[in-house]
Design a protein around this ligand. Sequence first.
Ligand SMILES: [Zn+2]
Length: 470
Amino acid sequence: MEQTAIRERISRWVDAHREEYLRDVARLVAVRSVGGEGKEGMPFGEGPAEALAEALKLAGEHGFLTRNYDGYVMTADLLPGETALDILAHLDVVGEGEGWDTDPYTAVEKDGCLYGRGTDDDKGPAVAALYAMACVRDVAAGELKKNVRLILGTDEESGSRDIRYYYEREKSAPCTFSPDADFPVINTEKGGFVGSFRRSWAPSGVLPRVSSLEGGFRINVLPADAAAVVLGVTKAEAERICAPLAAQLDVALTVTEAPGGVRIAVRGLGTHASTPDQGRNGITALIALLNALPLAKCASAEALRALGELLPHGDGAGKALGIAMADEISGALTLAFSLFRLTEEGCEGSFDSRAPLCATEENCRSVAEKRFCEAGFDFLGNMRPPHHTPGDTPFVQSMLRSYELYTGRKGECIAMGGGTYVHDIPGGVAFGAAMPGFETNLHSANERMNIADMLTAIKIYAHVIYEICT
Ligand SMILES: [Zn+2]
């Protein structure tokens, strides 16, 4: 079929399936598929298992051949026989956190968007890929020569043990894309660098002192919220000192009375750990506030002061830690201090850094380790290599062309903070499903997808499938 004809057929088919598509996304959003403790036949807990069951049902209803890989992943095949293209998406989600305007597990259509946990990451795109396959089957059945396999995992947010399990049993297709990021094509992903630190001390009775602090819920989420209990301070004094600084840091402050002192809570703005500059970190803001209080000299005060220097509020580049760096292809290192707990006996925390191609053990991990050890912490750092697929392959060129055809925008290859599903798959790229510039509220409250954009994404995917499989 010539390009204009296939484009028109694809567009007509997708536009006619809008309501059906949104209903199917809503079915998956309704499942709270947050990773949990593994059980018999449910390696990542009940939520992901329930989402897998629902997706198997859905793909079956659409007439695809499905298979369940022991609760780790499911596949849906367009045709029997040789596979030309793997599409990799996931059904698990991160926890809902706080601050939602609507129920996170009820998909709500509002202002041209569909709201709900997983609408963008990654249930909406997963169903979009399924619809793209259905579309090609319906509009070009006779021309299809090769299979497309949709692989839906259930552990993307907690370490991708699902696709490791799958690729231990199956070989990867010659082409792989993952609709788990943004358009146009992401062919370069930074490496990962996770640093964890801890320090213990003997309980102290001095006042004022911080007796507990808690912030963050996942390593890859820059947290909005953090709260601490400070003993030996009045509410009036805490407010007098903290309020102006909180305003300056642009975080909401709540001080309440607690036995023997006050509880200080801050709320900034949560975001994905790979884009720290788009958020306001509750942990680092709270540490800055605590460091402004007249704390008595003790180990916890000392640790908080050190952390305020090593990982200061607003430093999303690792400058203070001495690991800020950048290169042409992959951009700048980012750093998010994402988990922290402090008690009367010690503290522990972690940061999630995304390191460019130029990062090495010497200029990154060793530098951070040295700084933390000098400040009296035990430190453990882990680096993960970056991912890069050349942008001039016929596969990538087909994706860029299809993107341009349906959006009228310029297609190009870009680098990102990384950790997409194709990170360890040779030749894999991330491809959509969000359009550039659209705020998805990924991993945060009020997650959403733009409905018109997602229909365009289905068309783009269908076109790529058509080009590769006929
Ligand atoms: Zn995702």
